[in-house]
Ligand binder design. Structure first.
Ligand SMILES: *[C@@H]1O[C@H](CO)[C@@H](O)[C@H](O)[C@H]1NC(C)=O
Ligand SMILES: *[C@@H]1O[C@H](CO)[C@@H](O)[C@H](O)[C@H]1NC(C)=O
Ligand SMILES: *[C@@H]1O[C@H](CO)[C@@H](O)[C@H](O)[C@H]1NC(C)=O
Ligand SMILES: *[C@@H]1O[C@H](CO)[C@@H](O)[C@H](O)[C@H]1NC(C)=O
Ligand SMILES: *[C@@H]1O[C@H](CO)[C@@H](O)[C@H](O)[C@H]1NC(C)=O
Length: 375
């Protein structure tokens, strides 16, 4: 083999060299023609794709095309590695104006284990607002049931990996959700939700609240003691210092600019991957610390997801059927005060957790009346 290669070396003899140039010319030509063909095909492919986009206002993604024939049911299918996914999602168009009309959407990202427990409530929430939202679901890879055709969750599962409570792979899942959602350019705001989350307001209120907000909602605070600063590791120096360490709720809402920063963070996130696993609970520290260090200016310091820690312990309180009353829901909706775009308001929480499956029927019963859901 080696000899053959050597004998074909164009510098070995004059006659061979002539021969070789011909071969080279021909192969060049071949590659040129096939390259051209490929280019033309690609061109047509994208033309018909963006045409599709204009006409149907369907989901725009820089990766997937409309060819869905080979798609296994129920999963937003791509086979990109996390590395490639994050890279693609990190791209920012330098031309600000869209070449076509888009309606800005909110990405609702569900980080769950199995099925969306309170799906019927969310169905009611989304109903009639098609085109203004997109849904992404990250569930345990072992979960293999599919959502029924016609459900808003059908076909919205992203390629997922195992997530363990408190483990840094929880943030990896959040970044995976964000990256999938970022591929659709019409997604402008990104909300992370759990399987026990409920909406407290109707879609139109949530939509304007988020679209009109000048700030992101990533809770962050500095907490002395073992469950705050105590989880910091000296090994995180010099990139992260103790006085930069923050804590906050995992359940965030952020705009596109911040979402891109989060998935593109190759500086601070690896520090968490290396030194904040196990009982460090990265999900309570990574975003608060990152946002506090780099993007504090546009943060509201608060979460939009209400949760009750008053009972103590490592998990917040759970609400069952008998807890759900109109008064309780009204209290969550307007019994607080906070700032929104610099002004005092009593609409502080748009979502709440943790609600159990057996609370569902009463939530469904009160939602139209208390939460003004479309009937
Ligand atoms: C992804 O799919 C393409 C075509 O279907 C295939 O050529 C490629 O090897 C796949 N990549 C991975 C990482 O599975
Ligand atoms: C789903 O998983 C369960 C157990 O993990 C298995 O018994 C069942 O056959 C699977 N169903 C499908 C449709 O793959
Ligand atoms: C933002 O607020 C303005 C003024 O209150 C309102 O007219 C507009 O509809 C809101 N935008 C959205 C997207 O809801
Ligand atoms: C945490 O990460 C360190 C360093 O990578 C590793 O040695 C350790 O086993 C990990 N601990 C857990 C609980 O994953
Ligand atoms: C949504 O709820 C608000 C009150 O919170 C109400 O004024 C509005 O009419 C509702 N929107 C729809 C479309 O029902």
């Amino acid at each position: 083999m080696k000899n053959q290669n050597q004998s074909q070396n164009p510098f070995s003899s004059g006659g061979k060299a002539m021969n070789m140039s011909l071969v080279k010319l021909l192969s060049c030509l071949f590659f040129f023609v096939s390259g051209l063909t490929f280019g033309i095909l690609l061109c047509f492919h994208y033309k018909s794709f963006s045409f599709n986009l204009l006409v149907t206002n369907s989901q725009f993604s820089i990766f997937t095309s409309q060819s869905s024939s080979s798609k296994p049911p129920n999963v937003i299918m791509h086979n990109m590695s996390d590395q490639e996914l994050l890279w693609r999602a990190s791209m920012i168009p330098r031309i600000q104006e869209f070449p076509f009309k888009i309606r800005p959407k909110i990405a609702f990202m569900f980080l769950i284990r199995g099925p969306v427990l309170l799906a019927p409530l969310w169905e009611l929430f989304f109903k009639g607002n098609e085109g203004l939202y997109s849904i992404y679901v990250h569930s345990d890879p072992s979960f293999n049931e599919s959502d029924p055709q016609g459900s808003v969750f059908h076909g919205r599962r992203i390629p997922s990996k195992k997530v363990e409570w408190g483990h840094v792979n929880m943030i990896e899942a959040e970044r995976r959700l964000l990256a999938n959602a970022l591929l659709d350019f019409s997604n402008q705001h990104f909300v992370l939700l759990s399987e026990s989350c409920i909406p407290l307001y109707n879609f139109s209120t949530v939509y304007s609240y988020l679209m009109n907000s000048t700030q992101n909602f990533v809770e962050e605070y500095d907490l002395p003691g073992p469950v705050g600063r105590g989880r910091y590791s000296i090994l995180m120096q010099p990139l992260i210092k103790l006085d930069q360490w923050r804590k906050g709720s995992q359940w965030f809402e952020m705009d596109r600019d911040l979402a891109i920063e989060v998935i593109a963070d190759n500086t601070y996130f690896p520090v968490f991957q290396n030194y904040c696993n196990g009982s460090c609970y990265a999900d309570e520290h990574y975003l608060p610390t990152f946002v506090s260090m780099k993007f504090e200016g546009r943060n509201s310091y608060r979460s939009l997801t209400w949760v009750d820690w008053s009972k103590g312990g490592p998990h917040p309180a759970k609400f069952i059927r008998t807890d759900v009353t109109p008064e309780f829901l009204e209290q969550l909706r307007s019994g607080n005060s906070c700032k929104y775009n610099g002004k005092e308001t009593n609409v502080c929480f748009l979502f709440a957790r943790k609600f159990t499956l057996n609370a569902l029927d009463r939530l469904l019963k009160f939602a139209p009346m208390v939460m003004h859901f479309n009937k």
